[in-house]
Design a protein around this ligand. Sequence first.
Ligand SMILES: *Cc1c(COP(=O)(O)O)cnc(C)c1O
Length: 825
Amino acid sequence: MTTFSLEKITQILDGELYAENGSEYVMINSISIDSRTLVDVKACLFFALVGERHNGHRYVVELYKRGVRNFVVSQFRNEFKTLPHTNFILVADSLKALQQLAAYVSNKFSFPLLSITGSNGKTIVKEWLFDLLHKNMQVVRSPRSFNSQVGVPLSIWNIQGEADLGIIEAGISKPGEMDQLAAIIRPDFGMLTNIGDAHQENFNSIEQKLDEKLKLFDDAKLIVYCADSELINLKMNEKFSEKQLFSWSKNGGEADLPVEIRLFNRETLIHFNWNNVSHEIKFPFQDEASIENACHCLALIVANNWLSDAVLERFSNLQPVAMRLELKHGINSCTLINDFYNSDLNSLEIALQFMGQQSGSTSEKKTVILSDIQQSGLSPHQLYTEVNRLLKNNHVSRLIGIGRVIHDHESVFQLPASFYFSTKEFIQKVKLNDFKNETILIKGAREFQFENVASLLQKKYHQTQLEISLNALVENLNVFKARVKPDTKVMVMVKAFSYGSGTVEIARALEFQKVDYLAVAVTDEGIELRQAGVTVPIVVMNPEEHSFDAMLDYRLEPNIYSLALFQKFNKAARSAAVSFYPIHIKLETGMNRLGFSNEKELNLVLDQLRQEETLQVQSVFSHLAAADEPQHDAFTRQQFERFDGLSKLIVESQKHKVLRHLLNSAGIERFPEFQMDMVRLGIGLYGISAVSEKNIKPIARWTSTISQLKKVEEGETVGYGRKGQVSNPKQIAVVPVGYADGYDRRLSSGVGKMWVNGKLAPVIGHICMDMTMIDVSGIEVKAGNLVELMGDHIHLTELADWANTIPYEILTGISQRVKRIYSQE
Ligand SMILES: *Cc1c(COP(=O)(O)O)cnc(C)c1O
């Protein structure tokens, strides 16, 4: 564990220490920049970072209440003076300070560092190098894709113990950033994976971006790259002619390591000569990117003289890098978090944080199934003491340890725990009924084969699933947030099962992102969220009279759209003896659905609000009818005018601030000038843009697998009503998804298509309730192959167009029996 005294850190940061009435907790062993994921409060130093839309200084008081006593700040706010027993280090720029601390730590490393940059493949190359080398030497590395201005310092801080090699990724998104990263890492070895379009928006040209990236290598002794890009080759030789450059080529170009690539069966053979010996390695992938990544690994190994038969042999066992944590529904109402790609302290910490985010409250039961941790650089005793600390700080309720080493260190764990020598032993002895209503993190090194544990604990469904990327969701949220002013609030519509993508998981991810409000359609949806521990304010769009008491119990805020509704809710609120209970008033401005349309009724509401203190207007809003259709823009503007006029009546009559909001997703994109105090984000979050903004990504991928293949001869028919006529012999695949899953029946008879092994296969005949037949003639397929109904190859809008409907209907129509799987990188 990295530990420093506060005085030492102050000195490293050139800061000013305010500790007159300070805290006694002055030994720092963890640093944090995110108030949401902080665990070890006493020994933690919180860096209050200031970003475009985010200011860490806002969370200092909240963190103080949670027990944090040490802060690095760049603004000494008045409210800080009232916090007793607290130490503040005042610096000019807290991000720079974080980077300075990391530079200090990395400078003290006794082992060489390899730093990898480039547009793609950084994480895969890093993970593969680890897989190839860690049996021969101690390798430490940055977790997943922690490669940013903040991620690199945090990774450096978390690297601990002794090692033979450290591997750090470095990624940049705009000019100027690499100088900072280079100063922190100062790598001994450098690797450039490639240069492409990623993050191009902030650079004038690819060349400029390349120049910027290469700054990472200014102090490196050895640089590895592929000579097949003319631009890269040229730059390397121009800039670094003094250094040891080591290049590889698969095009017979001039390079230190020419390789020959052959595809054979399902493998790739890489042939090369080195020191007059000819070698051939087998590699289980055939796509270009994987081959490139493997060659980078090979070149680094050759350049450093780490070549051995054992290392070469390991190429044939390389696995896809699962960079994601998967969230699945488990048996007996459990939630499973699967992370069985690697096991090290850093990634354990990240997985535990994700677990904290996804389990509703600290009191919810949390189980961790953990294998031996390999390669930490610490002695086993130190290592498992540290694991014990992480588990306790993250409120884990029990541990199931699998493996000899963790078993042998049973005695260091201070929480309920059981131990098994092997995965096999666990599977033989486990009683499934020991797992109920809890979140289970399954985390283990690859050789423990925890996928077998996961499949035991996973709820069994049929093979059709909807995969939701929580990363894409957050990215979409940020694209929309960037379109409005920093202080404009965001309400996210999670009605209708979050447009089909799930309730609790989505709401928790959004709560974690600190959205201001959630909105559901009916009370039951809101209750489900509250029961899962979601605490953000929630608005119910269709509050029904019979559910008023439940709404008040669960603190759900009604949309009040008429005088009658107001009076009924007021009565219920009065008998529940609440005061200033928040309500939201909806105005009718052109949609002709719900809402107050005249001043007379509104004035009656305002009168009553004035007379008693039962209810309080939190916000007033209206809904645009055609924000996405340019031909109606004049109408949209008229709606705004009407809203502006009517809503002023309310705002001006209240002493407190009443929020005004009008815009839905299309509105945010097309009429940001009407954003007022808040916006209501819906379909945009789920991946649809009204202006074809390319940064908005679909978040869902709908897949199934082929259950059976059959040959159908000329003259036969397929399916009900004999609708699928076969005029020449065909190969047909049966896919277990039907209209009861939400696969629209209008997609029958060739209208809809599914993506199978790189080709589009049309639906043949009528779609059945639970099955669909597709024509896979001429496509190489097997039973069990994956079929995409919607995703990267078939865009949601395309599917909606085929079915002659809108994306909203497709998404919300995917039935609940289709299993939802959530992933987060
Ligand atoms: C559903 C809904 C939205 C979101 O609309 P999108 O078009 O999905 O962005 C906004 N406001 C209200 C009142 C809604 O019912």
